[in-house]
Design a protein around this ligand. Sequence first.
Ligand SMILES: O=C(O)CCC(=O)C(=O)O
Length: 263
Amino acid sequence: MILSEEQVDTFFDRGWLVVPDVFSSEEMMQGRQAFDRLRQTSFRLRTTQTHAGAYFVLDETAHGDVIIKRIVWAGGMEPSLLDLSADRRLLGPALQLLGSSQCEQLLCQAHFKMPGDGVSFDWHQDIQHRDKGPGTWRDINGRGSYVQTIVLVDEMTPENGPLQFIPNDAVRFDGSGRISSGHHDYSTPWSDRQAFSQIDETRAVTVTGGAGSVILFGPYAVHGSTANTSRMSRRILINGYAFPGANGRIYPGEGSGRRLELA
Ligand SMILES: O=C(O)CCC(=O)C(=O)O
């Protein structure tokens, strides 16, 4: 899959892009089965730990119910998820946006939002998780050097804790002294220019879509999500691809940081 010029502009100017129906319902059924097995394993493990090549971040309610915060490098335990993250329908656009024929895969992460589990994510930028100080991150391609993709494993609805994004032109980036024009200044380090200091929440856009749809965004896109208030699950697979050499950290999970290119 090759993104159109318009899609590429949307990614860089607004901050994110949604591509519907990338994966079939049959493929997403297999994805849901992998997620079911990961969930069953979480119930057995109960506490945060590395298991079978994946890193389970778990919590427990006062009633003893296990809450899955995230499963880092979920494909370590479920190789079909790694196959999905190397699929050209996902990898192709990621490489296109990175402007590279190769990348390093940093994330293959399962997020579960089950009815009533209260899992939510405050407004943040992914660069906060990539750049942890000197030597941990370098923007090599001058456009963020990172593309995150989210595969909707379940349908994402307004009620089940959907992703929300703030368009770049409703974000005040540190150092810019004003709400952005929509175009990032890629010429200075992110910490000087790209960290957000203020957002116009009234401009937040809720992303919904069918299972098999994909969201793509860069490291500076401001996003978050609230708790699932519905009766259906909202599960997503997050794959993160870095421009070769941008990352200086070791991520949890057996095989994380692997090099990928289109076959
Ligand atoms: O699961 C969610 O809603 C949050 C996802 C997220 O914040 C991310 O992909 O960086």
